[in-house]
Design a binder for this molecule. Structure first.
Ligand code: GDP
Length: 176
């Protein structure tokens, strides 16, 4: 039917954000259900995949691309995010600097012309709420203003991690 056409069989998702915000941990937690505190060294693949089934029974395969640390050295090649149907832009709720970097990435993506992608703004390390320095309101407000989905999660405890990726798939399926 018509609805079926909205959800592609595969969705390429790029994960962006400052070094240390938990991008690798988030990708690993989602795709393998594990948390390795020193994850960077163990991924060893350019992307991880996981199938997602929506409440209405339709499913899609998410290809989650990690930057492999490139963000430390230079701005990312547009080649990395070209063709992505989804972008997950991550910051650490204990780091205002990482929130500013996340905003930079959003602008970078828009300049790179991936306007048709679904963008998800993610405040990670929700488990460190005692050291929070970016309010939930600030994240939500920025996301609303930039037509993005907003989710706070913890790759460490797995709290809300599924929601990050499922909300992206739901947006493609035509409903939030
Ligand atoms: P990346 O550079 O953005 O890929 O970040 P990593 O995934 O390598 O994680 C950076 C550091 O943050 C590691 O020491 C992780 O153990 C830690 N980390 C990642 N996610 C979380 C989280 O949700 N909560 C906490 N407390 N630490 C996290």
């Amino acid at each position: 039917g018509l609805l079926q056409q909205g959800l592609p069989p595969r969705i390429k998702v790029v994960v962006l954000g400052d070094a240390g915000v938990g991008k690798s941990c988030l990708a690993l937690r989602f795709s393998r259900g594990t948390f390795d505190p020193c994850s960077r060294a163990t991924v060893g693949a350019s992307f991880l995949t996981k199938s997602v089934t929506l409440p209405d029974g339709r499913s899609t395969k998410l290809e989650v691309w990690d930057t492999a640390g490139q963000e430390r050295y230079h701005s990312l090649a547009p080649l990395y995010y070209r063709g992505a149907q989804g972008a997950v832009i991550v910051y650490d709720i204990t780091s205002p600097t990482s929130f500013e970097r996340a905003k930079f990435w959003v602008e970078e993506l828009r300049r790179g012309g991936i306007d048709s992608a679904v963008l998800v703004l993610v405040g990670n390390k929700k488990d460190l709420w005692e050291g929070r320095e970016v309010s939930e309101e600030a994240g939500q407000e920025y996301a609303d203003r930039n037509r993005m989905i907003f989710v706070e999660c913890s790759a460490k405890t797995s709290d809300n991690v599924t929601e990050v990726f499922e909300s992206l798939a739901r947006a493609w399926a035509g409903g939030l």
